[in-house]
Design a binder for this molecule. Structure first.
Ligand SMILES: *[C@@H]1O[C@H](CO)[C@@H](O)[C@H](O)[C@H]1NC(C)=O
Ligand SMILES: *[C@@H]1O[C@H](CO)[C@@H](O)[C@H](O)[C@H]1NC(C)=O
Ligand SMILES: *[C@@H]1O[C@H](CO)[C@@H](O)[C@H](O)[C@H]1NC(C)=O
Length: 246
């Protein structure tokens, strides 16, 4: 009955043994909010008034994997510098005593970044072939709104026989059977993010005539040879037959 409050009290005091400070600052939820390529520096410090040795060795881990620290950056205080990449989003950085992993503190990175979506691409596709337009929508926070337009107005999937598929990282617009009247034109995919605004990529799709998929000329040549051989065979046999009848 009385154990639980005691335990909580103990945990709370233990959390003060070590302290992580950060630039940019750590939020109340132990999250450090940053952007791609902005430098984050984390400093882990031992609180001297907790009865630890001043030069107690510290360890840093990223998602549980040891970060190698230089000599002189371990005793009593230790800092790490991070230039965040996409993968560092949601990564947890933990500092603990080398001799006692229970004395530990962690922060998690929230690395925000916009989707990589811009420019214009020219696409040429044959009539009756497959068309696939793809937009990279990966971003943090995730994009909230994706739209496809054709010649400036929202794509009518039914009328234009198109399919949209989204998986959180990409949005794809595809047609299984391209027809010039339905599918030639200028497409745009747009995504909006609360933090970074709107991003757009353009595709200019040209539909060309269908080309023959099988080698027609060799086939015709082959047929001609077969035909001529047959005629010759009949002709020579005809001579024999005619001879017999004489
Ligand atoms: C680790 O530290 C905690 C909190 O200071 C302490 O209660 C525990 O006994 C220590 N464990 C070891 C193995 O030293
Ligand atoms: C990360 O920060 C952004 C911007 O402040 C916020 O919208 C998003 O919810 C945060 N993500 C997490 C997982 O906390
Ligand atoms: C889109 O506009 C182009 C150029 O005006 C036109 O050739 C094409 O047929 C239009 N596409 C559709 C599907 O209406």
């Amino acid at each position: 009955m009385f154990r639980l409050p005691l335990l909580l009290l103990f945990c709370a005091s233990q959390a003060l043994d070590l302290q992580i400070s950060s630039v940019p600052a750590v939020g109340s939820d132990d999250v450090v909010r940053t952007e791609l390529k902005d430098i984050v520096s984390l400093l882990c410090q031992l609180n001297n008034n907790q009865g630890f040795q001043k030069d107690e060795e510290l360890v840093w881990k990223r998602n549980g994997a040891l970060i190698s620290l230089e000599e002189g950056n371990k005793e009593g205080r230790s800092s790490v510098c991070i230039t965040p990449i996409h993968d560092d989003n949601d990564a947890t950085f933990t500092c603990h005593l080398k001799t006692n992993t229970t004395v530990s503190r962690s922060v998690t990175l929230n690395v925000t970044y916009p989707p990589e979506l811009s420019g214009s691409e020219n696409i040429t596709v044959e009539e009756e072939a497959e068309l696939q337009l793809k937009c990279d929508t990966k971003a943090n926070p995730i994009v909230t709104n994706t739209t496809w337009t054709l010649n400036g107005s929202q794509v009518d999937l039914v009328e234009h026989d198109l399919i949209v598929t989204e998986d959180g990282f990409t949005t794809k617009l595809s047609a299984d059977f391209v027809r010039r009247s339905l599918h030639a034109g200028t497409y745009e995919c747009s995504v909006s993010t609360g933090l970074y605004g709107e991003f757009t990529k353009t595709f200019v799709v040209t539909v060309t005539d269908k080309t023959m998929k099988f080698p027609l000329i060799p086939i015709i040549a082959g047929l001609v040879v077969v035909f001529l051989t047959a005629i010759l065979a009949v002709a020579s046999r005809w001579k024999k037959i005619v001879k017999c009848c004489k």
